[in-house]
Design a protein around this ligand. Structure first.
Ligand code: SAM
Ligand code: DTB
Ligand code: SF4
Length: 340
């Protein structure tokens, strides 16, 4: 019988493109929703099992006190958000949390630190954590800010599978959100991570007051990289009291669905993650996002400093939608097939 799986295996998609124009992406994003959804879901089904979702659990290993001024972020030292400044967690504490995440069903453990850029001694400590988490049989991801030459290699050596470093928005809107670093600084770190052979996790945030053109520009930057990021987190702004973006308008869920669908079409082999913002999202919006091509979530009751849905809510949602956790595990951080 000709199943989706046999079609996927015997009739691979044409090679992904890396030459998208802004106009093409705007047209793709803006087409009638049913046409966009149909196109995105067709790509999704050809590249992935549409009923499997990758589960990543986040842990804030170093909370608050960050010198950067990212307008969305509750961990910047410049805003009064009530987030405590803490020192780096111990390896034992981290491993305890990683075991808990694994028992709950997560396949990847993502450790975040509120740093502008880590010092070499920070990298050594995080490297020990990575090795320990990897030994448990989990995929590893860290997000530590900007990396200097040599640091990605050290993380790779420790067993790191993914590095998360978001571009967040378009280059032209970036200055309205962050003044303490440039877009090029971000691109430089991404390039270093890629060169070290670590999988790239890179995406952005919608709902910060950006235009459709800004969203298209971010997607264009990602989709025109010589190799697409393996993971693309699409965050919806969590409006945290005390941050400059606290009073932004609520994001239209249809804009989120369009962004996910466009990401799926542009980067067919990437895991597109329905990221921050799920607590306030209806189950129906999440279901549409999964149809549009999202196939990864943050799973666990906390993101970094804000809430994520309760385990029971996600389990119930998965059951009602007939979804299950994907069991693919990265092979030591080096993608086995150059599909993108
Ligand atoms: N300090 C590191 C950095 O900025 O690269 C790592 C941690 S930082 C919190 C990771 C990402 O979380 C940001 O790039 C942003 O995309 C996302 N993020 C932070 N605050 C958010 C918020 N309020 N709503 C949505 N996403 C947020
Ligand atoms: C990503 O794209 N989103 C995550 C993770 N990568 C590090 C962070 C979301 C943070 C939401 C606000 C908070 O909890 O502080
Ligand atoms: Fe610091 Fe990262 Fe928050 Fe920006 S997003 S303030 S770099 S922790």
């Amino acid at each position: 019988m000709l199943t989706d799986k046999t079609i996927r295996e015997n009739d691979p998609l044409p090679a992904p493109r890396h030459d998208w124009s802004r106009a093409e992406i705007i047209a793709l994003y803006g087409q009638p929703l049913n046409d966009l959804l149909h196109q995105a879901h067709t790509v999704h089904r050809r590249c992935f099992d549409p009923n499997e979702i990758q589960l990543s659990t986040l842990l804030n290993i170093k909370s608050g006190g960050c010198p950067e001024d990212c307008a969305y972020c509750p961990q910047s030292v410049r805003y009064r958000t009530g987030v405590e400044n803490e020192v780096l967690m111990s390896r034992e504490q981290v491993l305890e949390e990683a075991r808990r995440a694994q028992e709950s069903g997560a396949g990847r453990f993502c450790m975040g630190a509120a740093w502008r850029s880590p010092k070499d001694k920070d990298i050594d400590q995080v490297a020990d954590m990575i090795t320990g988490v990897k030994q448990l049989g989990l995929e590893t991801c860290v997000t530590l800010g900007m990396l200097k030459p040599g640091q990605p290699e050290r993380l790779k050596q420790a067993g790191l599978d993914y590095y998360n470093h978001n571009l967040d928005t378009s280059e032209s809107f970036y200055g309205a959100i962050i003044s303490t670093r440039t877009y090029q600084d971000r691109l430089d770190t991404l390039q270093r991570v890629r060169t070290a052979g670590i999988n790239v996790c890179c995406g952005g945030i919608i709902g910060m007051g950006e235009s459709v053109d800004d969203r298209a520009a971010l997607l264009q930057t990602l989709a025109c990289m010589p190799r697409h990021p393996e993971s693309v987190p699409v965050n919806t702004l969590v409006r945290v009291a005390g941050t400059p973006l606290a009073e932004e308008q609520e994001t239209d869920p249809i804009d989120l669905v369009r962004t996910i669908a466009a990401a799926r079409i542009l980067m067919p082999h990437a895991h597109v993650r329905l990221s921050a913002g799920r607590t306030e999202m209806s189950d129906t919006t999440q279901a549409l996002c999964f149809y549009a091509g999202a196939n990864s979530i943050f799973y666990g009751e906390k993101l970094l400093t804000t809430d994520n849905p309760q385990f029971s809510r996600d389990q119930d949602l998965f059951e009602r939608l007939g979804l299950s956790a994907s069991t693919d595990i990265a092979s030591g951080g080096t993608p086995s097939v150059q599909t993108n």
